[in-house]
Design a protein around this ligand. Structure first.
Ligand code: M6R
Length: 608
């Protein structure tokens, strides 16, 4: 949510800033801006819309030090006046990701002190605050540190001053920021993908860190202002992994990357003959011995993976499981169970609601915590005792795809490890599950081969305004995920129901204009589901059924059957996700929406 990039170098940094913004655009894309110091002045360019507009405006801008920002609006509408960087008296320029909660009080005070606000943002108070200290003779670093003490909320910031062409100051608390280490040049960015064209050597900043960067030198200060050293790490992210390659959209690329993402996530397990708790961390065995309940906290697509896991955990591991939407959990009075394993699931590891829910769980006395996450250095991973990293690789498309299926794979591993530790998994069952997991990437590839059929099917959705998704049992959350995908990228209103619930209300919506998409694996609930589908057909609803080869549902007028290549037993939710992702993607193409950057959304939701 909002992307920051900054640089201090001997060369013109504007192309570096613009390239970095392009790569961070998934974090927010309603406006963008940059500021550089040139001949003792701050030169600023801003534009609404995409980075490409800013690039066009910045053709004649250059400077050897600069900061840039791509925005997802929180305070103030998306407009040029609200786009970052924000200036104070043309002397200080600031970019910011996060939310300043006490900005109104600060704004009132600064206005009384004579500062004129030119935007509706919370960020502008930071620029003016730094200015008040800077003009009293403090260094840019000291003025920033002094200002940060007054801020309540979350931030990652980059700061430059017109009369200081050599120093860039940055800081983070609650929002991600890292340093890029070049040869006699230094950078800052919200994530490493922004810096891959210039460096792979990065320093992940800790909460409360403030940094003074110069061309040849940088110094990090911790939250107490003490100089500290943080490790430089070589990022493993490859430039290719964030390039589109042969694909039209990142979402399409990421859908197709799922066999590899699953193989990578399962690699260590599939190469061994048995499952060990150690894959979740050194303390996992002791923790798993001490639990009698699993509490899963997550948002959006990650929440849906938790819902599937509940079926697995209760059925296979015999352990009670509750799944809560993270943004709700912390605002209700719940009864803590010290023997719960609190599992947070997140692609980014940055989601503010999930972080807050985890902190709330800890404040209630929960000590057994596990993060299932796709970003190793993220806040959620650091905050948890145990972790399992999904290895989906960077996910750029706002609609989550490969992160979801790899989360499911990780949660299935959790299920098996807990089942084994609780004496509910025989050696024969364990080896059968491992065999299925080894086969999973191949099975997913076979489903991807349905792409042309699904692309054709999508044509029938282009003029629809609504859709219903049905599933039963552990495929109900898959119906929910299918419905979320369709809403997110095609803007078609969609809802998901457990199929047995139809007759309790939603059946009233069914007529010839209501497509009903059904997930119909050959499981214990299939016959019940078939009856539910008849209820739809009898009301003239048009059915699109994703059935297993052996589900024995026959094509007829108003009933379109898409046969899945094989039935995957307990892993079936992973396979049944794929055609729904493809369907949403091709419907969005039909509708001509911006698939990778759907309106009003951003990839990492770092605000509440
Ligand atoms: O990074 P996270 O997994 O914590 O993100 C949670 C949700 O914001 C995310 O899954 C969102 O729902 C996706 N856009 C769905 O495609």
């Amino acid at each position: 949510m909002c992307g920051i990039v900054g640089a201090v170098a001997q060369r013109n940094v504007v192309p570096i800033l613009l390239e970095g913004l392009q790569r961070l655009e998934y974090r927010g894309y309603d406006s963008a801006g940059l500021a550089v110091v040139h001949d003792g002045q701050i030169e600023r360019q801003r534009s609404t819309g995409r980075v490409v507009e800013l690039t066009a405006k910045s053709a004649n801008t250059n400077g050897q030090i600069g900061i840039a920002h791509t925005r997802w609006a929180t305070h103030g509408v998306p407009s040029e006046r609200n786009a970052h960087p924000h200036l104070s008296k043309d002397k200080i320029a600031v970019v910011h990701n996060g939310i300043i909660e006490n900005y109104e009080a600060l704004r009132t005070r600064l206005t009384a002190a004579g500062y004129v606000f030119t935007s509706d943002t919370d960020t502008e108070v930071i620029a003016h605050l730094i200015h008040t200290h800077y003009v009293q003779g403090k260094t840019l670093l000291a003025a920033t540190q002094e200002s940060l003490r007054e801020l309540v909320g979350a931030y990652a910031i980059g700061v430059i001053a017109s009369d200081n062409p050599d120093q860039l100051v940055c800081a983070r608390r609650g929002s991600p920021l890292l340093l890029g280490i070049g040869i006699e040049e230094h950078f800052i960015a919200s994530d490493v993908s922004a810096l891959l064209p210039v460096t792979r050597r990065v320093v992940y900043l800790e909460e409360g860190d403030v940094v003074q960067l110069e061309r040849k030198h940088y110094q990090i200060y911790d939250a107490q202002g003490k100089p500290v050293t943080r490790a430089i790490v070589e990022s493993e992210m490859s430039n290719e992994s964030v390039q589109l390659g042969q694909y039209r959209h990142y979402m399409q690329k990421e859908i197709h990357e799922q066999p590899q993402a699953l193989a990578d996530t399962l690699e260590s397990v599939c190469n061994s003959q048995s499952l060990v708790p150690g894959i979740f961390g050194a303390e996992a065995s002791a923790v798993f011995d001490d639990i009698n309940h699993v509490l899963i906290l997550a948002c959006g697509t990650s929440y849906h993976s938790g819902l599937v896991a509940r079926y697995w955990l209760e059925e296979v591991a015999g352990i009670a499981c509750t799944v809560e939407v993270a943004s709700e959990y912390r605002y209700r009075t719940s009864v803590p169970n010290p023997k719960s394993l609190v599992v947070v699931i997140s692609q980014s590891g940055e989601t503010a609601d999930t972080q807050a829910a985890l902190n709330h769980a800890k404040s209630l006395g929960h000590t057994h915590t596990l993060a299932i996450c796709n970003v190793a250095e993220s806040a959620l991973v650091r905050l948890c005792k145990l972790r399992l990293l999904t290895r989906a690789g960077p996910e750029i498309g706002v609609a989550s795809t490969k992160a979801f299926t790899t989360q499911l794979a990780a949660l299935f591993l959790l299920t098996l490890v807990l089942a084994k530790q609780r004496g509910r998994l025989t050696a024969a069952q364990e080896s059968a599950h491992l065999k299925d997991l080894r086969h999973l990437p191949t099975a997913v590839q076979k489903v991807l081969d349905l792409e042309p059929i699904i692309a054709k099917l999508a044509e029938q959705f282009a003029n629809k305004s609504n859709a219903l998704f049905l599933g039963r049992g552990m495929h109900y959350p898959i119906a929910m995920e299918g419905s979320l995908k369709l809403k997110e990228i095609s803007y078609i209103h969609a809802e998901a129901y457990p199929a047995g619930e139809l007759k309790h209300g939603p059946l009233a919506l069914v007529d010839k204009d209501m497509p009903v998409i059904s997930v119909a694996p050959n499981d214990a609930l299939l016959e019940k589901l078939k009856s539910n589908l008849q209820e739809v057909r009898a009301r003239g609803g048009e059915l699109f059924v994703f059935a297993d080869a052996d589900s024995h549902i026959t094509e007829a007028e108003g009933i379109h059957i898409i046969h899945m290549p094989e039935h995957a037993g307990l892993l079936s939710p992973i396979l049944h996700t794929i055609p729904l992702q493809l369907l949403s993607y091709y419907v969005a193409l039909q509708k001509g929406t911006d698939v990778d950057k759907p309106r009003n959304l951003a990839k990492s939701v770092t605000v509440e």
